[in-house]
Design a protein around this ligand. Structure first.
Ligand code: NA7
Length: 540
């Protein structure tokens, strides 16, 4: 019987890995606008990326629906109807499936096809990939659209194999869902995911015990249906919305605040916080005061306001005290937004356990043991995050020039030029790679900018009959220094966050995303392109 490995190598112009927001738009640009023979390889059995995998209860987007979407097609913007301010995972997945159908992308998307290795041939300037099934494909260009948060982090806790109940990681949730009714559930993790899942699981389970290592700040989302009037108003002003989003530091269409939190009296400041807290969402961080992420004293004012809200919401003073974040500035870890998270601790069937004070020691046949005692559980939910920004790319055996592996190249942390390319890896591009605004921004805005920059670059190369493009080591190291310098000016350094790789034991502590904001970043990318791709070596 013939297997994919027996077939001759398929020769293409471009290979895209990953069928989320970025991969699908990349495929469309390369295929439909540049006419490149392109194929997209996706490990899952459906499109959607993050929104395909993350099906845990309560999963929804923290950016508002009307700007957490593609802007490239006016028809798509006009025809798609979002049901609410913050859409749930199934709705975003439906949108991405609609995009795949509407632009006829499926014919060039190969599902159930995990890319295991990618090797660059210097003589031909082509990449050769092998899939898990053994299929071999080559192309001049290799574009990673693997996402920033796609490799699940299941902590290495002794005894997991002995557990007689069921366990799940939120990023690999069963498609058929999980029935929690009548169950004693343990949830580990209080990041954005744990905070979204807690109220929904609590409403269904018999008992929910939350194992908290770090108390987290959270602002209410204030989700609500999108009325017909609001839809019409949004659709009538999309040009302005995108103009504002592209000009906004984080790709959000808010008018950025230029006021310092320290230039107001406490009462005035708290009145401003209260208004924005009532409105809810990310705006609390990005739209209240301009110095929250750069000045510790300013940050303290926001943190104090949010701690007071927790104290006022949670009725049991001991539980409230445990929920007060006290070891990092607000926003230095990715700020969650929630629907009734703190209120959930007023339920009789919810219990909070501090596993910083009494760490988890082992998982037993019947539950979980901390330094303080045993907890009997039927289900354990790991809301323990991801090997962010580098984990997925490094899980592919990628070899560039001179047999250099990406794993070796990034041994001391990820190095890129503009988050778009890695020196030593010609013709390989990374969409929302480390060193770009990516996770510090409204992702679709950053993704579209990267996809368009990459396809313009490839178009320019083809126009000039250039065969390869590679970031120079000088440009790369200058960019890495710049990314670090910018991050040092912020408070992001002051938390053990996944932005820094601090959630993965042994991972090098390097601030990975670019904190300088979308406008400055976009301007730099545009300058590089208009200066004949300054910082890249292009070969004829
Ligand atoms: P996060 O933000 O990485 O949160 C993971 C949570 O899990 C966090 O509270 C961690 O505590 C906790 N954690 C991780 N490992 C352990 C162990 N071993 N023991 C106890 N607790 C642990 O992941 P999310 O999925 O919530 O969010 C990821 C992003 O997805 C989110 O930021 C959005 O961008 C979308 P810690 O804080 O490290 O002490």
């Amino acid at each position: 019987m013939s297997t994919p490995a027996d077939q001759p190598e398929l020769e293409l112009d471009a290979i895209v890995i990953g069928a989320g927001f970025s991969g699908m738009y990349m495929l469309k640009r390369l295929r439909d606008e540049l006419g490149l023979k392109t194929r997209l390889f996706e490990a899952g059995d459906g499109v959607g990326g993050t929104w395909y995998w993350n099906r845990y209860p309560g999963a929804r987007c923290d950016s508002e629906s009307f700007y957490y979407c593609y802007s490239f097609s006016e028809e798509l913007l006009q025809e798609w109807e979002w049901s609410s301010k913050y859409p749930e995972q199934p709705e975003i997945l439906k949108y991405l499936n609609h995009v795949a159908d509407r632009f006829d992308l499926r014919s060039d998307i190969q599902l159930n096809s995990r890319v295991n290795s990618a090797k660059f041939n210097e003589t031909t300037n082509r990449w050769h990939i092998v899939t898990a099934a053994g299929e071999r494909v080559s192309a001049q260009f290799l574009i990673s659209a693997v996402g920033c948060l796609s490799t699940a982090n299941v902590p290495d806790i002794d005894g997991l194999d002995d557990f007689k109940g069921d366990w799940y990681h939120t990023g690999q949730w069963p498609h058929e869902g999980v029935d929690f009714s009548g169950k004693r559930v343990g949830l580990i993790g209080t990041g954005s995911t744990g905070i979204q899942a807690t109220p929904v699981i609590a409403a269904e389970a018999d008992q929910l015990t939350i194992f908290q290592r770090t108390a987290n700040f959270s602002v209410p989302a204030r989700n609500a249906p999108l009325t017909a009037d609001r839809q019409e108003q949004i659709k009538g002003t999309y040009d302005d919305i995108w103009r504002a989003a592209k000009a906004g530091h984080g790709g959000f269409p808010y008018i950025p605040s230029d006021r310092s939190a320290l230039s107001y009296s406490e009462d005035e400041r708290n009145a401003i916080y209260e208004d924005i807290w009532q409105e809810g969402g990310f705006k609390f961080l990005w739209g209240s005061f301009s110095d929250i992420m750069v000045d510790e004293k300013a940050n303290d004012t926001a943190a104090d306001f949010l701690r007071t809200k927790i104290r006022n919401t949670v009725k049991d003073p001991k539980t409230a005290a445990m929920l007060l974040p006290n070891d990092h500035p607000y926003g230095a870890k990715r700020p969650p937004i929630d629907t009734n998270y703190f209120e959930t601790f007023n339920r009789d069937n919810v219990n909070l356990v501090d596993v910083k004070k009494a760490p988890i020691e082992t998982i037993t046949e019947t539950g979980l043991r901390t330094a303080d005692g045993d907890y009997d559980l039927d289900v354990i939910v790991f809301a323990t995050g991801f090997d962010a920004m580098t984990g997925t790319l490094l899980s592919i055996d990628i070899q560039g020039r001179d047999g250099l592996t990406l794993t070796d190249k990034w041994a001391e942390g990820p190095k890129t030029y503009l988050g778009l390319q890695v020196a030593g890896f010609p013709n390989m591009f990374t969409i929302s790679g480390p060193g770009s605004p990516s996770v510090l921004s409204n992702m679709p805005v950053s993704i579209e900018q990267h996809v368009e920059w990459i396809s313009d670059c490839i178009e320019s190369m083809r126009g000039k009959q250039q065969q390869s493009i590679e970031a120079t080591t000088t440009a790369e190291s200058e960019w890495v220094t710049h990314v670090n310098d910018i991050a040092q000016m912020t408070l992001f350094w002051k938390a053990n966050s996944w932005y820094l790789g601090a959630n993965i034991p042994g991972k090098k502590r390097i601030f990975m995303p670019y904190a300088g904001g979308i406008p400055m970043y976009r301007q730099r990318c545009d300058e590089v392109a208009s200066n004949d791709y300054e910082g890249f070596t292009l070969s004829a």
